[in-house]
Design a protein around this ligand. Structure first.
Ligand SMILES: NC(=O)c1ccc[n+]([C@@H]2O[C@H](COP(=O)([O-])OP(=O)(O)OC[C@H]3O[C@@H](n4cnc5c(N)ncnc54)[C@H](O)[C@@H]3O)[C@@H](O)[C@H]2O)c1
Length: 444
């Protein structure tokens, strides 16, 4: 692809610009980084290919990288998460090449990843590791693992061209839990070819983004798609990790009776002590009215669970990939094709007449039918992205082909800036306290 963009409609740009500016009001930390980047240009001439959800918050991250001197290209990290008006504004107002269309099919999704690779990045920025995994498969000549049209393009490159694509990258960053898990698996298998910073592992990321961001926006997505009343409903949360904790607490706050399913005894115990009912999915499936998976795992809701679900059950996912609900199994158990009964609600009819409603094709519902995380949490996540990109570019030569945590100083600085922006002051240790906390001699 030689074009500078592939988006739905450039005419949507004005609405997108307003939305980006609205988000910016809630992103003071990222704004302060942008102001510094404008002066210092720490990313001057650095080509960055970003594969992220194309939302108004991401647009503000792209503006920040651009202000730092980077030459940025943006592609979607999920076929359903793009805000088309934001994509239009990125292209026409901010002159950032963008390749993303809400509802794009798999072929288009990977055509857009190809555009990100054709940018010959010095750095990658991923949300789910689709960009780096495509790059590694290309460099390794593992064309069978690529989407066919991307494979055909890659096979048209010489071995030297494929290698130079990889050699050009000094490092990357990764946004989400699932991406970090994939990257750590790559590191273990020896196929990770450059250092990557796991932005997700920063405390100022997952404490807030995964918990409060996913918690609120997933409820928002379910409500926008269905308009159901949560009060009094049995709401099943699969997975009590960072996202699950946030989702469970927000569902309870809306009056739902929350049931948690887990595979980790510690997390399950925590859920019990937090006051939730905990049971296996097969039991929860019989009683639940609304289901949401947030595990990062495969087939968490499977055929045998659909077998016992109540008529009218609402089933959704907010984990990264659309594999948590086994939709192919549901298709096989259903009569005819599902009916689109509302936008983002597909109703499957089982052979005994029961109806099961799947939201947003099983893709992350907070981005499919709502707007993703509120800007105030993405402020911290993307401040981590911007500062990690700066850190990576400065230090890549010293780093190994490993997954690195965000440096603790960056985490602490973001927390400090966020508190400052919120007008919250805290105490500082006195000299006496510093000494006391560092000594072993003081006791009873
Ligand atoms: N929707 C969003 O915007 C958004 C935001 C952040 C993260 N995510 C994604 O959400 C997923 C979860 O992220 P997290 O940070 O909460 O991860 P986490 O590792 O903190 O939690 C996942 C939990 O799921 C549990 N689990 C695994 N398999 C299970 C199964 N079969 N049944 C029940 N529980 C199971 C694990 O034991 C763990 O406690 C990931 O895919 C992540 O990428 C989505």
């Amino acid at each position: 692809m030689s074009s500078t963009h592939d988006i739905k409609d450039i005419q949507l740009a004005e609405g997108g610009r307003r939305r980006i500016e609205w988000a910016e009001r809630e992103m003071p930390v990222l704004r302060s980084i942008r102001e510094r980047f404008e002066k210092e240009k720490p990313l001057q001439g650095v080509r960055i290919s970003a594969c992220l959800h194309v939302t108004s918050e991401t647009a503000n991250l792209m503006r920040t990288l651009q202000a730092g001197g980077a030459d940025v290209v943006l592609t979607a990290s999920n076929p359903l998460s793009t805000q088309d008006d934001v994509a239009a504004a990125l292209v026409s107002v901010y002159e950032i090449p963008t390749f993303a269309i809400k509802g794009e099919d798999n072929v288009t999704y990977y055509k857009h990843i190809r555009a990100a690779l054709e940018h010959k990045p010095h750095m990658t920025m991923d949300d789910g590791a689709d960009l780096v995994s495509s790059l590694f498969f290309i460099a390794m000549g593992r064309f069978d693992r690529l989407e066919p049209s991307l494979a055909a393009w890659a096979q048209g490159l010489s071995a030297a061209e494929r290698q130079s694509l990889l050699d050009g990258v000094v490092g990357g960053t990764e946004e989400t839990t699932t991406g970090v898990i994939r990257l750590k698996a790559m590191e273990k298998d020896g196929v990770l070819k450059f250092p990557v910073i796991a932005v997700n592992d920063a405390m100022t990321k997952h404490f807030f983004d995964n918990r409060y961001g996913t918690g609120q926006s997933t409820i928002d997505g379910i409500i926008r798609a269905t308009n159901v009343l949560l009060a009094g409903k049995k709401f099943v949360v699969a997975g009590y990790g960072w996202c699950g904790r946030g989702l469970a607490s927000r569902a309870r706050g809306m009056g739902a009776q929350v049931i948690v399913t887990e595979v980790d005894p510690l997390k399950a115990l925590e859920a019990v002590m937090d006051g939730y009912e905990v049971m296996p999915m097969l039991e929860a499936a019989k009683v639940g009215d609304i289901f949401c998976t947030v595990t990062g795992d495969l087939n968490v809701i499977d055929g045998h669970h659909f077998e016992v679900m109540k008529d009218g059950a609402i089933v959704s996912n907010s984990g990264h990939f659309n594999v948590e609900i086994n939709i192919p199994a549901l298709e096989k158990m259903s009569v005819g094709k599902p009916a689109l009964v509302r936008p983002f609600v597909e109703q499957y009819t089982l052979k005994d007449g029961r109806k099961i409603n799947i939201l947003g094709e099983g893709r992350l519902i907070n981005l499919a039918s709502a707007e993703g995380h509120p800007s105030a949490v993405m402020d911290m996540s993307f401040a981590n992205q911007a500062l990690s990109a700066e850190f990576m570019y400065k230090n890549a030569a010293k780093l190994q082909k490993k997954v690195y945590s965000v440096p603790t100083e960056i985490d602490a600085e973001i927390a400090r800036l966020k508190l400052e922006a919120m007008g919250v002051q805290i105490d500082t240790l006195t000299e006496e306290q510093v000494k006391y906390l560092a000594s072993w001699e003081e006791g009873t």
